[in-house]
Design a binder for this molecule. Structure first.
Ligand SMILES: [Zn+2]
Length: 233
């Protein structure tokens, strides 16, 4: 029998799903191939040697070959287990959110080193503890890397400056001023300011800032609504 060549890459495990018999499929965001679904033979057996390395939210080095339908994992070795995340329900919830957003918004086999880097650094940030800014920051950065950034610096319809904006339109993908009718989420100038700032800051700076609770709720709702809208397409 011809020996199939083995390929190596590293990736973050986003999720796993049951497959036939004792197998499981694992969806990883890999550094070389982007999002990819793999079959892990025998992963549901108690003594599977692949087990820990293919748990969700693990940075893993894998060796695989291309099967007929799915790539098949031969070896998996933990690079970083982010064990702090797995021991805390709030962190698990946030990690699941990040993984779901990546899974829903990225296309399979479209590698992007920046997206891979964003996921790895965000999981590292998350393993330091709960920070309410992780979800919105991650969402805005990922949307930006995918070319889906909302327009938050001016009116998306007539380019009037941000100070004239009264709402956020999911359909049009950004701020709208009072000159336009239609469906939009009302949004305050303060929340707009945060949206605009958060889009332009880097992670190291965002780690150091806090946002007043009442404003946070408003701006988080705008981002989450936009994200849900994008994930529905
Ligand atoms: Zn306008």
């Amino acid at each position: 029998m011809r020996k199939l060549p083995l390929y190596k890459t590293k990736g973050i495990v986003l999720l796993t799903k049951k497959a036939k018999e004792a197998d499981k499929n694992a969806v990883l965001y890999t550094s070389d191939y982007g999002k990819m679904e793999f079959c892990a033979k025998g992963l549901r057996k108690i003594k599977s040697r692949l087990g820990a390395a293919l748990e969700p939210f693990t940075l893993t080095e894998i060796a695989f070959w291309w099967g007929e339908k799915l790539a098949i994992i031969r070896e998996a070795k933990i690079i970083h287990s982010y064990s702090e995340i797995k021991e805390n329900l709030d962190l698990i919830e946030t990690a699941s959110f990040l993984a779901r957003v990546v899974d829903r918004l990225t296309q399979a086999n479209h590698p992007d080193k920046n997206i891979f880097g964003l996921i790895v650094s965000s999981f590292l940030w998350l393993s330091e503890g709960v920070n309410p800014l992780i979800k919105p920051f991650f969402s805005l950065k990922l949307l930006s890397l995918l070319g889906l950034s909302p327009q938050v610096s001016q009116c998306v319809c007539c380019q009037k400056k941000r100070q004239e904006a009264v709402g956020f339109s999911l359909e049009k993908g950004g701020l709208v001023c009072s000159a336009h009718n239609g469906n939009y989420l009302p949004i305050s100038q303060q929340a707009i300011h945060i949206l605009d700032r958060l889009s332009s800051l880097n992670m190291a700076t965002v780690k150091r800032i806090t946002i007043a609770k009442n404003l946070f709720g408003e701006f988080e709702m705008a981002i989450n609504s936009y994200l849900t809208y994008q994930m529905g397409h």
